[in-house]
Structure formats: structure tokens, C-alpha cells
Design a binder for this molecule. Sequence first.
Ligand code: 5CA
Length: 440
Amino acid sequence: MYFSKSLIPILKNNPSEAKIKSHQLMLRTGMIKQSSAGIYSWLPLGFKVMKKIEQIVREEQDRIGAQEILMPTIQSSEIWKESGRYDDYGEEMLRIKDRQNRELLYGPTNEELITEIFRSSIKSYKSLPQLMYHIQWKFRDELRPRFGVMRCREFYMKDAYSFDLLDEDAQHSYNKFFLSYLKTFKRLDLSAIPMAADTGPIGGNLSHEFVIIANTGESKIYTDRRIFDVNNDEVALDKKSLIDLRKEYNKYYAVTDEKFNQNEFDSNVTSENKLETKGIEVGHIFYFGDKYSKPMNASVDFNGSKEFVKMGSYGVGVSRLVGAIIEAKYDEKNEIMKWPLAISPYHCAILPQINKNDKANLEKALNIHEYLKSKNIDTIIDDTDESISSKMKKFNLIGVPFQIILGKKSEDDLVEFKEIGKDVTKTKVEEIYKIIINKL
Ligand code: 5CA
């Protein structure tokens, strides 16, 4: 990709309407463009990052045997009347009428629709468990959309749903998603802590929010610091049974605002381990038994008797994650965005100094570009006539983790190469390929 031909509208300064760094950076580097309050278009740079995050989320859902489907954004009010949530959901739900005057809505979540799909397709307990997910836009008419993609009205979510026969089977499904979320966030290089949480309009009595610590977060959290050690223990993730893993986390107090109780906090956590801070909710899982299956009559036949299935739902804020990762990784002082390589908009940027009467540097850049492209390294060339230093600044801000610099005196087979935030070294292009591929 050539920078001169790309739709990456970089701004010179931070836009004044953006109050937090992720919002500032996303507007400044042209990742998104607001179309109306809390509604954004995703331009190529932002879209690439979001798609890479989506793919990691998808792979970890597939790994636990969840089946990908795609439900529509527009739903009929009928099923919401069956569950009783049509009136309960309130003004956050965007209600629409079609030309026949039928009541429709833009889905804020999909418990009803998936229950309707389940009840018309699955009849026997032998088909259980069923785990399904989709990655789709949602709309919630938030009273105060703010902070860019962090709290918007239209947002991209992965939502999964589990259906089981017995309560204990359903708890097992819950634990599978719990573990899958830990793995997903780890792949995104985030330390997201599961916190006991309120269930709000989704319902049920068991729920965890996955929260990353950030000053700009909207969730208040109270926790025992030692839970971070559990989260950083790679071995535990692979070796522990699901039940042991849950027990490991349950040892430590970790709750969100709504679940907070000062007496419990004081009696369970010593003062040096107490942490009261703010965080960003990047995922939320719920267990709600037959809350939807009963009123919507979703049951299976089990040895001649009719059993309402036990359900849970599991959400990841895919579009919110783009902002959350910026909040966690942006080095504000040096204006460097440190995307984890797996989700950076490009793996490598080639920054040649372009001389008017000498095309040698550009040609060299094109050759390197072809070579890296053939090896599946996602590469961009900055073919504009800006100075090298302004190109480097720009790509530090965008956050391309590897940069090849072709200055005036670039020798034949050695090029200047640097990993973002580190020093320049002179390296062969084949070596560069090996360095990048090893880190991917
Ligand atoms: N049906 C359940 C689970 S699938 C559900 O909707 N859960 S939720 O309401 O907690 O949303 C799931 C995730 O979507 C949240 O953890 C958050 O990361 C993201 N999210 C929720 N509201 C917004 C919003 N207004 N803007 C951006 N992301 C949001």
C-alpha cells in the first residue's frame, strides 16, 4: 500500500472535542470519522485494526467449539414481548416502524433472537450443549455517548450464547467462556481481570466483567492486588481444570461498583493488597438459567419430560477494544502507539527519502515492499515527499511496530531498521523478515 494513495487523513493536532487519548489518537490518525453523535465510520486504518481483533476473538470462540452464525441487526418486537423485555429495556432501545406499521427494533443484544432460533431447531437433550456466537453491530441509544468508540451508540460486539440441559452443565459452559476470554485478552496483550459484576438488563445472578485498569475507564473496581498474579500465570491457563481455574480467581476479592461492600472488602483484603481504581469493561459474561427459555418456551425432551434449557450469554466489545488497547498501550510523552504486532494496522512501514531527480530510493523501497508482501508481511510505503523525520513521527503515532528507513546514503544490501521505540540498526532485508515473522 502506498501512503500517498491511502485514505489515512492525519490531523496535525489533537481535535479539541476528544477528551481521552484513544479518542484523540483515533481521530488524529484518521482511524474513524464521526458521522453523528456516538456513530462512527471506520476508515482503513481503524478498520484493519478492528478486523484483526475480531479475528482473534473469533479464533478463541471457535477453539471452544462455539459455532459462528450471523443474526440481523433489525429484530421484530414480537420476541421481545414474549420475554417481557420490550417494555423493560426502556429508552436505550431504538424502536422503528416499517411501512406496514409493524414494530421493529435495532438489536441492542440478542438473547431473544437466539432463543427463538434455538427453540425452532433443537428438540432433544442429545443435541446439547449448543454454543453459538455472532459478531455484529448493536445499537443502544446511550444517554451520553462519549470517549469515541468507548461508549458509542452503534458498536461492534461479539455475543455468544450457551444452551444446556442442567444447571451444572451450564456452569461448565460459563467456565469455558471464562477461560476463552482470558486467552483472548492475553493474545491481545491485555491484562483483563474478571470481576464479579451486576447483571443489569441482561439478568441472572452470576456474572463477570473483564476489566482492564485505566484512569479513563468508566467502571469503578475494588480488588485484591494478588489477582494480577493469577492473571499473569501463563501455566495456570493451560494446566488447570476449569473448576480449579475458577477457584483460583475466587480466592481474591474482585468486584465492580454495584457489587461492592465495604465490610467484605475490609475483612477479605489486607490494606497493602487493597486496590480501588478505575477500569474499562472489555467483556461481560452472564449466567441466567431459564430467564428467557421459560417465557419463550425453549425446551428439550429429556426422557419424556419437558426441560427448559439453561442459558448464558457472553459479550466482547470488539470496537471498544480498539480504544481500550490504545488507552493501555499509548506512550503519550513520546507520542508513540505500541500496538501488539498481531493487531497493528501494518506490520512494517518503509520510509524512503524521496529525491526529486533520483528514483533509486523509491525503487529500492518498492522491491523491499514486493519481497515482504510475498512473505505475507503487511507493509506500507510512505512515498510522499515529506522529510524522513516527519515520516518517522507519523508512523510512530500510527503505531507501525517495524520501520525500514531508506535515507540518502542507504547502502546496497543493508538498510536502517528499527523496532518502534528502539534504536536504529543496519540490517539485511532477509533478516528483517525473520525478525518480524519470529514475533508474529
Ligand atoms: N448480551 C450480553 C452478553 S453477549 C451483553 O449485551 N452484554 S453487555 O451489555 O455487557 O455488552 C457486552 C460488551 O459490549 C461490554 O462488555 C462492552 O465491552 C461492550 N459495550 C457495551 N455497551 C457499549 C457501548 N455503548 N459502546 C461500546 N461498547 C459497548
